[in-house]
Design a protein around this ligand. Sequence first.
Ligand code: CDP
Ligand code: MG
Length: 720
Amino acid sequence: MARKIDFKDGGDGRVGTGAARSDAGAKKRTVDHRARACELRPQREQLPVFSARSAIIREVRRHPTVVIVGETGSGKTTQIPQYLLESGFTRHGETAIAVTQPRRVAATSVAKRVAEEVGTSLGARVGYTIRFDDCSSDKTQLRFCTDGLLLREILSDPLLRRYSVVILDEAHERTLRTDILLGMLRDIQRRRQVLAAASGGGGGGPEEHGSQQPGAGAHTRFGDEDGGAQGDAVAAGVGELKIIVMSATLDADRFSEYFGGAPVLYVAGRQFPVTTYYTVTPQADYLDAAHLSVLQIHTETPSTSGDILVFLAGQEDIESVERLLGESAAHLPSAVPQLLVCPIFAALPQAQQARVFEPAPEFTRKVILATNIAETSLTIPGIRHVVDAGVHKLRGFDPRVGESLLVEPISKSSARQRAGRAGREAPGFCYRLYTEADYAQLDEDAVPEIKRCQLTMVALQLKASGVSNVLQFGFMDPPPKRALKHALLELYALEALDDKGELTGLGRWMAEFPLDPSYSKVIYASQAAGCTREVIDIVSLLSVDSLFYVPADKRDESNQAQLAFRSRDGDHLTYLNLLRAYLAADGDKEWCHEHFVNRRGMRHVLDVRQQLNRLCSRLSIDVSKTCGTDLDAVLRCFLAGFFHNCALLQPDGSYRSLNGSQTVHVHPGSSLFGKKVPAIFYDQLVFTNRLHARAASAADPLWIAQSSPKLYGRLASAAP
Ligand code: CDP
Ligand code: MG
C-alpha cells in the first residue's frame, strides 16, 4: 500500500481485556419457528434490558406515558415490545402495539428478528408496514412501522383505535415525522382518555393484577364494544393509549416535560472501552481516507480482532468506497484474509440488507459501509473497529432556494454514538477521519429536523388529520413560522388549500399519497392528460438517487454511454428512455455494465413503480393511460406540481429561479448541460459548491405561466 493515513490516539479510551466474541448468531436458521425462539431465549435474557423487565411493565401500567433511555444494543427495540405483548397489553389480539422507527430498514430488519424471537412467521403475530411494503395482517399484534406510516394511519383512524400502545423508538433522532407524531399522539392520548372515562372504559393496559406470564394478562374490556351501532362510533371501544418514548441518549427530560412529567427509566448499558484515534492532518477526500483506513486496519490487525464498520454520508459515498475496496481487495497479499464488503443504506433491497447481519465466512473479514442508519437504529454484531468519516447527509430548506440535501459534519453526540458501536462486545477502536481540533468544533447535538426542513407534506398531513390551525399546533420544538407559512402558501398554490386555508377535495386526495404533495399533484394532473403510466414511471425514477454510476476514471466513457438515452427535452424524458431500454434489455447485468446503469438502483425503481401502481389502482386511478409519443403532455403534468421549481435563461447562459431569483446551474450530469433553452423546471435544487438543478427539463415559458393559476394567474392572462 503506497499511501497511509496517520492517526493519533485521542486519549479518551482504554484498552481492557478482550471478551470472547459471540458467535451464537452463526447458528443456522431453522424452519421450526418455535425451536428457533427457544434457541434465542438465552440471548434475550442476557440483554441489559432484561433485568428491567418488571420495572418497565410496572411503570407502563401505572402511567399513560413512559420514557425509556438505554444504550444502543441494550435491547430496547427488540425486547420491550415483546414484554408488553407477553404481559397482555394487546388483550389477546383485540388491539395491537405499534413500534415506530425513523427508517425503513430498521423497521423491517427488527420485525424479522422479533418474529424469530417470538416464534412466529413474519407478517403473522409480528409484522411490519413501511411505505410501499406491508408485511402484516389483521392478526398482527406487534407492528413495526416507520414514523411516517403511523402518521398516515391517523388519516384513516384519527384515534388510532387499533392500538393500545404506541412505542416511539429512536426519539432522540428528532426526525421531522417523530416530532409531528409526538404532538399528534399526545393529542390522541388526551382525547382517548376523555372518551374512555366517558364510556367507563379501563386503562390502555391490563390492570395491576395482570400476571407476567406470557399471554396471561388480565382482560379488561375497552368500554362498550358494541356501542358503535348506537351512534357514538368514536367513543365505542376506545381505551387509553399508552405511549412509550425510547431514546438512546441521556437528554430525555425534554420528552418527560412534554408529556407532563412522565417517568424516565434508565436501562443500564454495557459498554466496553473504545480507543479513539484522530487523523494527524485534515483529509481532503474522506472517501479515499476511508478506503485507505479500512485497508490499513485490515492488514495491520488480525481478522479475528473483529469486523469493520465505516460511517459515510450516503448511498453514493458507499458505492464509491465499495468500488475502491473491491479493486484493492483483489490485490491483497495471499496471506491476508479476504474482505467481504457489505453496504447498508435505506434504499438497499432487503435481501442485500440481510447480509450485514450474517457472520462472515471463515478467513474473511466483514467491512460494513453504512450511513448513520447504523448509528443507533441497527445493531450489527461482531464490530470492533469503527471508521467515522464525520459526515452525514442533511436535509435543509430555505424558502428562497428550496430543499437541499447536503453533506454536513455530524454532531459530537453522533460521533460518540458511532464510536460506541465498536465497544458493544469487547474493547474496540474508533478511527475518526478528522482531526481532534475538528472534533472540538462540532456542534454538541444536531438541530431537530423540523427546524430545518420543508414542511409542505407535514402541513398537508396535519390539515388532513383535522388540525385546522397548523401554526398553533403543539410542537415540542416549533418550526420557524416562516417555513410553516411558506408550506401553507405552497399548498394553496397547489390547490390543496382554498382561499380560507381549508383543505380542498384535491388536498384530501393528495394526502392519500405517501409522496411529496408536488408529486401527488403531478399524478392527479396525469389523469386528465392521459399519461398516468409515463408519469408514474418518472416519479419512480426520481425516487432513486443514482440511476447511473460514474466511476472517476471512466467519466467520459460513462457519459458517452448515457448519450443513448438522452432526450433533448431534458432529464425527465431521458430517465423514461432509460427505463424503457432497461426493460427491453430485461435488466440484463451485462447490459447495465456496458451502459453504466446502476442495476441496484433500477431494481429499486421497479419496486417503487409497482407499489405506486398498486396504490393508484386502489384509488381507482387508471394506471394504464398512456400518451404514446405526445410527451409534451408528460412535461406539462410535471409543471402542474413543480411550477415553483422553474428558472428562466439569462444572457450569460445560467438560469434564474422564478420564485427566489437565485442563479441556478444545470448539473454537469444533466442532459440539458451546455444547452440553452428559454426555461427549465427541475425536481430539486442541490447545493454543492453552487446551486445545481437535479433532474432538469426544458419548459415552454407559456406552460409555466399556465401551470399554476394561483401563482401565475395574472401572468398567464397577460400572455399573448
Ligand atoms: O434497541 P436497542 O439498540 O437497545 O437494541 P436492539 O436493537 O433491541 O438489539 C438487541 C440485540 O438484538 C443486539 O444484541 C442485536 O445484536 C440483536 N439483534 C439481532 O441480532 N438482529 C437484529 N436484526 C436486531 C437485533
Ligand atoms: Mg433500537
